[in-house]
Design a protein around this ligand. Structure first.
Ligand SMILES: Cc1cc2nc3c(=O)[nH]c(=O)nc-3n(C[C@H](O)[C@H](O)[C@H](O)COP(=O)(O)O)c2cc1C
Length: 233
């Protein structure tokens, strides 16, 4: 279909942006009178709700980091777990990737996610901790053979000469794994973003968006560790 024919049938981009405002549908309410003391508990409730509501891949979140020049960077990745008492958002990555190097130099980071079906956004800011090599190895060995082979290929975000070059490196990685099933990709690392602040944002078609912001007061899992407030939308 030509660009002109597509525009005739579906509208131009300018028309689409104008005619299809986001969140123009019925969205869930946000009962702010009975919120958990710990924001990770509320995130777990929202994420479970997103799965049950049929949100596609709700565990895919955006991780934002900062490079040594202070320039922000962001990419999506899969959330591997949630440490509720420690308010930790857990993910895995290669320590030798751009994000791994950025985190080693500047561990301050943010995770954000938006679930369009529910009009819900969550923003988390804090400091990232790397797990020990032993714990990271356990996570690696728990993965599917395809995932392990992909990690073993390495060179993430480096220029690739051709897709054939990737296929041959992936083949070699699978052979190495077959020969040694306990092999662990050297840079594979489990990271935990320890939240210092978390914001929950519930969108509303009439723009009466509801925002709740949690701030950490003290280390630990006591209810007093967090305070929360509503924010103007
Ligand atoms: C749906 C989806 C899931 C992804 N999951 C991960 C992941 O769990 N870990 C990861 O390192 N990269 C993941 N990626 C790839 C990252 O977005 C990114 O391209 C890669 O990690 C390189 O980023 P960097 O150069 O900033 O380090 C995923 C990408 C998509 C689209």
């Amino acid at each position: 279909m030509t660009e002109h024919a597509r525009a005739e049938e579906h509208g131009t981009l300018a028309e689409l942006l104008l005619e299809r405002p986001p969140m123009a549908r019925e969205l869930p309410g946000f009962a702010t009178d009975r919120l958990p003391a710990n924001p990770a508990e509320l995130f777990g409730e929202w994420l479970t709700g997103a799965f049950h509501a049929g949100v596609l891949d709700p565990q895919v979140v955006t991780l934002s980091t900062v490079d040594t020049d202070g320039c922000p960077d962001a990419r999506v990745l899969v959330l591997r777990g949630l440490d509720v008492p420690g308010a930790g958002w857990v993910f895995a990555a290669d320590a030798d990737s751009a994000k791994g190097r950025q985190l080693a130099a500047r561990p301050g980071a943010a995770i954000s996610v938006y679930w369009p079906l529910l009009g819900q956004q969550v923003r988390v800011r804090g400091v990232v901790e790397a797990a020990s090599a032993e714990d990271s190895a356990v996570d690696f060995l728990d993965r599917s053979p395809w995932s392990r082979a992909a990690s073993l290929v390495g060179h993430q975000s480096e220029p690739l000469s051709s897709l054939d070059a990737y296929d041959s490196a992936a083949r070699e990685a699978r052979q190495r794994l077959e020969a040694d099933p306990k092999l662990v990709a050297p840079g594979h690392t489990v990271y935990t973003l320890r939240a210092r602040e978390v914001e929950f944002w519930q969108g509303d078609a009439s723009r009466r968006h509801v925002r709740v912001h949690y701030t950490r007061n003290e280390v630990g899992a006591a209810p007093s560790a967090w305070s929360r407030t509503l924010l103007w939308p």
